[in-house]
Design a protein around this ligand. Sequence first.
Ligand code: BEZ
Length: 401
Amino acid sequence: MPFDNNSFTRRSFLKTTAAGAGAAAAGSLFPSFVLAQAPKLRVGLMLPYTGTFTALGVAITNGFKLAVEERGGKLGGRELEYFTVDDESNPAKAPENTNKLVQRDKVDVLIGTVHSGVALGMAKIVRETGVLWINPNAGAGDVTGPLCAPNIFRTSFSNWQTTHALGKVLKERGHKNAVFITWKYAAGEEMLGGFKEGFEKEGGKLVKELFLPFPQVEFQALLTEIANIKPDAVVAFFAGGGAAKFLKDYQAAGLKGKIPLYGPGFLTDGVLDAVGDAAEGIETTLHYADSLDLKKDKAFRLAYAKTYKLQPDVYAVQGYDAGQLLAAGLEAAKGDVGNKQAVIKAMASAKIDSPRGVFTMSAAHNPVQDMYLRKVVGKENKVVGIAWKALADPARGCKAG
Ligand code: BEZ
């Protein structure tokens, strides 16, 4: 176990959170007899609502709110008040945006974000203030690695997790070498690293790493380079609007059908309506798929479609599970979010009945989860099988601090 939840909880929260310290000393901020008058739970949503990741931010918001509505609009008996900040997927604005929610709006819990670089900017403030943080997407390894802390949880994945199983998949398909193409920032680099590690273990060789700055989508020169290299396979990480553009450009460049394309599932999740047949047949690995035979998933998909007139994707699931995880913490603490020991203990030991399948939290507070192999068939990311059962992030560098 990289750190001891109990000792860190005591030390960190007595030191950093005035309200939490008072609550811990007093036992409970909102004893059950005053719960009826308890103020609303202040929830900060820091997500991208503009730019290439807009659809991801919206899906996460929808998913989170659906989990709350399913509980009658209350968590642990408390109504919620939302505070929203568009982080624009801009790491440079991350400290200022985080402070708007934490210092100005005094949120009890922070939900965000999508972009790994923004999440790294949030982490410092979250660690200093001790505010409860549930990260519903950004996969930056450091967040549940060297920067891990009792008040930091993630309901999505680490970047490493999403590509590690791809090495085995490519080996099984007979590919001996590959090119990786992505945006040059933490998520792209870490997904490349996870793939490389897994592929090399299988005897494969990563022959070229191709990058362009985030959020650029001028792929032509790099696609020409791929055509010249003629690798056995290409692995790509792009997401949202960038993924849709890449899939269409790959097809337009005449590479589809010639050089097989793979990726972490972000490449094909939430974009199939926008890309015609450009994604047909592409295999990806991810912790969610469109055709899981799970009762929970069927109920979730139905409720999501009914509420939002949209099909859910992996981002909606991660937002929904952020709501479910927070519910577990607040129910255990009877709505007293100031009782951080109780909230954190319940969240750390929760078994989340997710649409993706049941998952638990690692000691570093990252999901331990199955990685599915999926294949695009029509407008669905269909399950082919489980590429890696109960994959845990190695949480390198996470210790008791
Ligand atoms: C990230 O920056 O961590 C990320 C963004 C979109 C999809 C997956 C990961």
